[in-house]
Design a protein around this ligand. Structure first.
Ligand code: F6R
Length: 264
């Protein structure tokens, strides 16, 4: 790290040279949270960006005795209609990328049940479970092509709670590669934590990498704070860390990136 700026609208903005360095930085922040509190409550995200984060955490479990056994987790979202055993479900993603490779306690990991007979009741129960666990200490976030966090598609009011949402066509295109390349194969609905639910986390960690994220990220961080770009809501939170690679940061203004901690 060569320079730092302690205060900004965000707790911290880190800009790393490439996706590997950015995912490693995000993994280190998560590991630090667990090392500070072995019973931490983490909010987790899925998607391609996070695969590197979970690979790092799995390596830290293997090589550095980082234990997840006391950690409680709540994932942001799940597709409606996919059971936990469906290979395209986020349940399956999390088992593959994190829960199985580490010592996660199955009783402490939570994702919305996309196959619930009563999705409304499932959403209410998910909110209750987060509260019963004492709230989320650190919520990991990605950003989608629509500016969504979780699956909070535009417009998503900033006081929304866990609910069933209809996925934007752009999101179904974004996630089509995981469904054989066919956007029509991507489920039309998902259960997602709301923007209000996310904002109640004690700390937020947004990670974005790659040039495809540059424009929407600049809109979220420097454009209007608006339900039309749900990621812009993070600017209302008092403790946010944004971790980017240089490609994702490319559309930010020089004045904005001047406040960043930039690595060589
Ligand atoms: C997934 C989630 C989404 C993703 C976002 C970016 O649980 O909450 O908001 O973080 O769609 O996805 P990738 O990383 O695949 O570009």
């Amino acid at each position: 790290m060569t320079s730092s700026s302690p205060s900004s609208r965000f707790g911290r903005l880190l800009i790393l040279p490439d996706p590997n360095a950015a995912t490693a930085a995000a993994a280190r922040l998560i590991a630090q949270t667990i090392r500070n509190d072995a019973r931490a409550v983490l909010g987790l995200a899925t998607g391609r960006t996070m695969e590197g984060v979970y690979a790092r955490l799995a390596a830290m479990h293997r090589d550095e005795a980082l234990s997840f056994s006391g950690v409680t987790t709540f994932n942001l979202d799940e597709y409606v209609g996919l059971s936990a055993s469906d290979p395209n479900s986020y349940h399956h993603y999390m088992r593959t990328h994190l829960f199985d490779p580490v010592d996660a306690d199955p009783a402490r990991v939570h994702l919305p049940d996309g196959a619930a007979a009563d999705p409304g009741a499932e959403c209410a129960a998910y909110e209750r479970a987060i509260r019963a666990a004492g709230g989320i200490a650190l919520q990991l976030l990605g950003i989608g092509d629509t500016g969504h966090i979780g699956f909070n598609e535009p417009p998503s009011a900033f006081d929304t709670r866990t609910r069933v949402v209809e996925l934007d066509e752009a999101t179904r295109r974004q996630n089509a590669p995981m469904f054989g390349g066919d956007p029509e194969a991507v489920p039309r609905e998902a259960i997602t934590m709301g923007v209000g639910t996310i904002l109640e986390s004690k700390r937020l960690l947004l990670l974005a990498t790659g040039p495809a994220k540059a424009a929407i990220l600049a809109a979220a961080l420097e454009g209007p704070v608006t339900p039309e770009v749900s990621a812009s809501a993070i600017r209302l939170h008092p403790d946010v860390t944004v971790v980017l690679d240089t490609d994702a940061a490319a559309a930010l203004s020089p004045a904005f990136t001047a406040r960043a901690t930039v690595a060589d």
